[in-house]
Structures are given as structure tokens and as C-alpha cells.
Design a protein around this ligand. Structure first.
Ligand code: GLU
Length: 474
């Protein structure tokens, strides 16, 4: 079923309509397609917490979209607008994301209706622990069943509280640390998880720019160097994406858009400096080295090579899609382009690199963290010195044949792998492999008109194959 672009639909419908287009490219029986499309189960909870002597009631959800592989995986969002439909849409995206990048998990997502800015640290801890307790009681948290992670409004701090709460209710579970990912490194987390989604976005963009046919189709040429980029949302994902693109790829971050103001500089902003200013001043207003604009939303429509929405769903919609001037929309957030907007963008020749692929770096490194927790050993611990010894022998052999290896190069070659090196290597490989699969499907199927549907087609096919192999059919 395709929808005419004169009608806007909800986030959940956007995901489901993309599913329908993807499914039409595959041979999947109707009943099975309906089963995959819909959320398997969703738990809604209301619980009381005493805040300053008064009882406040909170409402939250945890949805499991698919359990063809366990545990089911996905973040927990703390936001003042979250609802069950949003959580279900996000859970579905997690299923497709994990399948696409070969992370062997089902898809899940949680949400708590709360404005985290309204509560101090002590109250946030109380609320988070109580929410975690409710989820643990109903089997919605556990290393083999359902593993939460950070999302909008949550981070390492909340994950540490969830892990600690789980441990106190399941004493003796030797794998308790694997019940949640995105923890601080001091509590079983993994190096590189905080930057993972942003770094994954960059790895994905690099791989895109390595494929001349894709770059040409987007109306661009060359690499990321010097490309004009606008980033919407300077939270965790937007910050790392912008910083790495600027510092490692030589891209020009010509605009940074926050909900309460934006900065523009055609020569490129210093992302680290802007970020520090934003954190210190709680906003971008007054930043001395760029043009400040109060109303940031229209700036999504500024001309640039790559627009990176890294905040909310639905920011590019039927209303503004026709005015987007970017050549590429790189979807770092979940669901930033609505289904109706996508049709308009396609008509205009704007390329979307879809969320289901591009922001999969977070869950990929969560997978590495989960493995680390289950294996009870840091990556690199066993092999680092062994590798160093071998590499040193190679340097000695080269020098023994009369060729001097410069000291700095020798040190680089000799170094054994640290956890961060292995995490980044695994993430890079994941993003490269997945992009090659997407572009292969896109270019080889006449009925597939976007990278999103190519990506979804691969994901839905894999999920279907899992259920089929499991013996769901009579
Ligand atoms: N919340 C992130 C996402 O939407 C990460 C999920 C995870 O690590 O499980 O992909």
C-alpha cells in the first residue's frame, strides 16, 4: 500500500507503511507479514513516587516488537511527550535495525512520560529505580530476555541505576551486568559506547561517499572533505556526529540547530567550542563567533550538502519537505522524515540515508557491551601484549634487512589492540557491510526506489527467515 503524499501520518504508521513497501518486494505470506509488522506485546505501568512529601504518579511503557532473537533490545526514553504509539514505532524500528546490521536481537523500546528537567538527581534516581523495578517484576529486563539502553533523556547515569536495581532484585545472577547496556565503563560498560551512534553515523556516511554511483545519484561528488553540513540537535548523537565529521573528515559544519536557537557560519563552526558553550550557557544564544538565529526550524531548509537531523521524529514532514534544499538527509535520529515527506523528497531528488541503517551504531556497540558482560572480560585483555610481541618481531625483521622504520611508525605498528580500537573496528565493519548490502539491493531491484525500502526489505526478509526457520509454519 502506498500513501498519497497529501496526507500526513503518525510515526507508527510511517514505519508500518515503509514495512508494507518493503514487504511488497518479498515473497512473504500475508499472515506472517502481519505478525512481523505488529508489536508482539506491550506493558503499560503506572506507579507512585513520593516527591517532596507528595505522591506523584508516573506512566511508562516497554514494548517488544519482535522476539525472533533474544534478548529483545532497545533504549528507554524519558520525555514529556512519549506515548504508547511512539514506543511501539521505536520498538519496530529496533527490530529492523538489529536485523539489518546483523545484531542478533529482537526489537524493543521503553518510554517514561516525564520531563527530566523538572526533577533533581535524587528524585530522578528514585523514579528510575522504581520504573526499573516494575519492568523487572514483569520480566521486561534481563540479560536473556530484554535489555534496555540509553535513548532520548537517558544516559549512563540511568543505566547504572537500572543495573544496580536489577542486581538487588536478582542476587546471584552472574550475568546481571548484561541486563542493560550503555553503562558507565566503571560499572561494566564498554569504551566507545557513548560516541557509538554518532561514530556509526560517520562510518555510514564515509561508506556512502566511497560509492561513486551513490554520491553521483545524490548530485554530489568527492568525499566528505569540505562538504557543507547542517546538524539539527546537539545532544549526544548530534554532537559526536558533528565533531567527528569536522575533526576527522574535514567537513564544514555550517549550521547547528537546537530547539531554542541556532548558529550559522558558512566557513564552518568549531563544534567542540560550540558544544562547551551550549552546555555552560544552556543554549546557543550569545555565542560570539557565529550568527545566532532564534527561530531554528526554518533553517532545516537552508542549502547544504548534508542535513543531519539528530533529535526528534517527524521534523521533516509534509509541510517543509518541499522546501528542503539539502542534497542528502542523513537520518541520525529515529524517524526524522515522515512517510509523506519521503515521497516529496524522492520527487525532488533528495537522497535519504535511512535511520534504520544510519543510527544503528548505538545498538551495535550495545551488542559488544552485552558480549563483554557475558564473557566477563574486557576486549583486548588477552591478545594485546601477544600482538605487540608479534608486531615487534616484524619490525625487527624489516630492520634486520637493512630498512630503518621511523620510530613513530614503528610504535604505531607495534601497538596491540585496546578495547576502543576493537569496538571502533567492529562498528566500522558493521556499517560498511550493511551499506554494501543496502546499495546492492537498491541498485538491483527496479521496484525499490529508496535506500529506506532497500534496507527494510533486507531486514524484513531476515526476520521472516528467522521465524520461518524456528518453525512457526505448520
Ligand atoms: N536507543 C538507541 C537506538 O535507538 C540504542 C539502543 C540500544 O543500544 O539498545 O538505537
Amino acid at each position: 500500500m502506498t500513501l498519497p503524499p497529501d496526507k500526513e501520518v503518525s510515526f507508527k504508521d510511517s514505519v508500518n507503511l515503509s514495512f508494507d513497501l518493503a514487504r511488497a518486494t518479498l515473497e512473504i505470506p500475508d499472515g506472517m507479514a502481519q505478525y512481523i509488522r505488529n508489536v508482539n506485546n506491550v506493558y503499560q505501568v503506572r506507579f507512585p513516587v513520593k516527591i517532596n512529601g507528595e505522591v506523584e504518579t508516573f506512566i511508562g511503557w516497554r514494548a517488544v516488537h519482535s522476539d525472533h532473537k533474544l534478548p529483545a533490545k532497545g533504549g528507554i526514553r524519558f520525555a514529556p511527550h512519549v506515548d504508547q504509539n511512539e514506543v511501539e514505532a521505536l520498538a519496530a524500528l529496533m527490530s529492523y535495525k538489529c536485523a539489518l546490521v546483523d545484531v542478533p536481537f529482537g526489537g524493543s523500546k521503553g518510554g517514561l512520560l516525564i520531563d527530566p528537567n523538572k526533577y533533581d538527581r535524587e528524585h530522578m534516581e528514585k523514579i528510575t529505580r522504581r520504573f526499573a523495578f516494575e519492568l523487572i517484576q514483569k520480566g521486561y529486563i534481563g540479560s536473556g530476555t530484554n535489555v534496555p539502553a540509553p535513548d532520548m533523556g537517558t544516559g549512563q547515569r540511568e543505566m547504572a541505576w537500572i543495573a544496580s536495581t536489577y542486581n538487588s532484585y536478582r542476587p546471584g545472577d552472574i550475568n546481571h551486568l548484561a541486563c542493560v547496556t550503555g553503562k558507565p565503563v566503571s560499572m561494566g560498560g564498554i569504551q566507545g559506547r557513548v560516541e557509538a551512534t554518532g561514530r556509526g553515523v560517520v562510518f555510514g556516511l564515509r561508506e556512502f561517499f566511497r560509492s561513486p554511483d551513490d554520491v553521483k545519484r545524490a548530485g554530489l561528488e568527492g568525499s566528505l572533505e569540505g562538504k557543507k553540513i547542517i546538524v539539527q540537535g546537539l545532544g549526544n548523537v548530534g554532537y559526536y556526529t558533528a565533531k567527528i565529521l569536522q575533526e576527522e573528515d574535514g567537513a564544514k559544519i555550517v549550521g547547528v540547530l537546537e530547539y531554542n536557537g541556532a548558529l550559522l557560519d558558512p566557513n564552518g563552526l568549531d563544534v567542540e567550542d560550540v558544544y562547551r558553550y551550549k552546555v555552560a550557557q544552556k543554549g546557543l544564544k550569545g555565542y560570539p563567533d557565529a550568527t545566532y538565529v532564534e527561530d531554528s526550524t526554518p533553517l532545516l531548509e537552508e542549502a547544504c550538502d548534508v542535513l543531519i537531523p539528530a533529535a526528534m521524529e517527524g521534523v521533516i514532514n509534509r509541510e517543509n519537505a518541499g522546501r528542503i534544499q539539502a542534497k542528502i538527509i542523513a537520518e541520525a535520529a529515529n524517524g526524522p522524515v515522515t512517510f509523506a515527506a519521503e515521497a516529496i523528497l524522492q520527487e525532488k531528488g533528495v537522497t535519504s540515508i535511512p535511520d534504520v541503517y544510519l543510527n544503528a551504531g548505538g545498538v551495535t556497540v550495545s551488542y559488544f557491551e552485552w558480549i563483554k558482560n557475558l564473557s566477563h572480560i574486557r576486549f583486548g585483555r588477552i591478545q594485546k601484549r601477544y600482538e605487540e610481541g608479534k608486531n615487534l618481531q616484524i619490525i625487527k625483521a624489516i630492520e634486520g634487512s637493512g630498512h630503518k622504520v621511523p620510530k613513530a611508525l614503528a610504535e604505531k605498528i607495534c601497538a596491540g589492540s585496546e578495547e576502543i580500537d576493537l569496538v571502533r573496528s567492529g562498528l566500522d565493519d558493521t556499517m560498511r557491510t550493511a551499506w554494501q548490502a543496502i546499495r546492492e539491493r537498491f541498485w538491483s531491484h527496479d521496484s525499490i526506489h529508496s535506500y529506506r525500502i532497500a534496507a527494510m526489505s533486507i531486514a524484513v526478509e531476515k526476520i521472516h527467515n528467522s521465524y520461518a526457520t524456528m518453525g512457526v509454519y505448520p
